[in-house]
Design a protein around this ligand. Sequence first.
Ligand code: DON
Length: 589
Amino acid sequence: MSVPTHDAPRAPFTSVSFARLVMVSAVVVAFAGSVVTPAPALAKTPPPKAALDASAVAVPDRYSADTAQQIFAAGGNAVDAAVAIAFTLAVTAPDAGNLGGGGFMTVFMDGKPYFLDYRERAPQQATREMYLDDKGNPVPGMSAVGHRAVAVPGTVDGMWQAQRRFGKLKWKQVLGPALRYATDGFQAEPWLQQRRDAVVKTFAGKTNFDAYFSNLKAGVTYRQPELAQTLARIADDGGREFYEGRTAELIAQQMYGHGLVTKQDLIQYKAVWRQPLTADWNGYRVVTAPPPSSGGVGLIQMLKMKAALKQAFDGVELNSAPYIHLIAQIEDRVFADRQQYMGDPDSFKVPVDKLLDDVYLAQRADEVKPDEVPGATPVKPGLGDAMPEKAQTTHFSVVDKWGNAVSNTYTLNGPFGSGVVVDGGGFLLNDAMDDFVTKPSGASTAGASQPGANSLDTNTIAPGRRPLSSMTPTILLKDDKVSLVIGTPGGSRILTSIFQVMTDLYDFNMTPTDALAALRFHHQLLPRKTIYFEPYHPITGELAEQLQGMGYALEGQSFNGDVQMIRIDGTLPEPAADPRGAGVARVIR
Ligand code: DON
């Protein structure tokens, strides 16, 4: 799709000069005092009249909330704010925020929905068996830690394309806050140090992680001079610098002899505008992530199956044992389909229409029985084999006062990704290759059934292919206006978390704060009878006994999402950050 420009022509990518530090200081000075100056010369058309009383964000840390505030103060819109938040999190939340990862952005702009796929891609040298040993077994950790785990990153091109297409401010302005945090430093909070401490051993001796992150300590100012230089190059020369300039050289050097990503892979990488997935549900229009995410399909399937089971749910108390039992059966069916049919739509024709067909979903819902014994009946993929042609991520939600919205989830995959930092570039690279099926019927690091572990091989490794994702940045529209912006990290827990929060909001009329604080559980097809619970709201006592009595096994998990959402009911947006995390919900006037 062509990318129309809406403002003054931007500097084309040029080869990079060596005097970066001068430029870094210049941009930093422009942002001193936390004020972003507007770019009056750039706005061709006056902004439309405000539709809302305020803008709002729900973001994973306080620094990115401050960034959004600066961008809105400068006259930026939701996309400007989103891009600035994404770059800021790459500095202040390096466990998940990133330049070296990828993600998805769902946008509602000037009354129309859009979806940007900036998912990582397998390098050209990648092969289907690249993580298997001589006996055909996956080498433990190889797809998750170190150089060979790295896929071609998409974040910078994604941000570049989004901002060029929809942003109002200058690109350089939008990168300003991130650059300031990298140059001047920021104070890490205890949660960030804890996350760092948790991975140090995994990466020790295998990556250069510690050389860069040993100083990341709670309460101590953490500066990232190499990252500042990278951000300055990108700010100066545009997003393609990452793929074609000095930064690309640094990535290729880092990979040389150890990993597979080459300069050619980087040059070839382009984020893709896709048709967002849309569906009518409960008087709303759901706008969500299409393949290569499995999340949008799964979310819509869950919502529609639950609606089709209205009678079965009638009078069933929220999060009671019978409720969890019904939802678990819905989730079995969603994950059976996900495992069989989902993959990169540029490699396979994913049967999205059939999977979302109302008649099909009503039939699938019909299989759900209140008195079913957990695990007793095999749950098969619903379309049969006659296939047609065959914990780290982060989310933020943004609305601006003009009624535009961005729902963005992006990731390095595992916490701090592969643990490999680009020497001289100062940023981490992803381990997204771990989202592929390394061996059909193997187990993924998420402890889930491997998506695509099937005879159709929809998620095996192939050069250029995107690994299947669960990221589900979602927007709900009511009467063509934004009503909810929602998303979360959590791997396969993403879709079940979003589904539960939406159900709490709309079927149980909870406030956004209550919906986020409510109990959440997770279940997927495999392991067949396991209900996962979380420390925030453990399943204990009578509820635990009831579920165990029904035949379920209960298992604690450390994480069940960090949902960031904004509801709009009227003209004042109501942001809410998940109490499980360190997120910030802020109304910005
Ligand atoms: O794309 C995916 O589905 C995974 N790479 C997301 C990983 C994730 O959410 C980890 N977060 N805690």
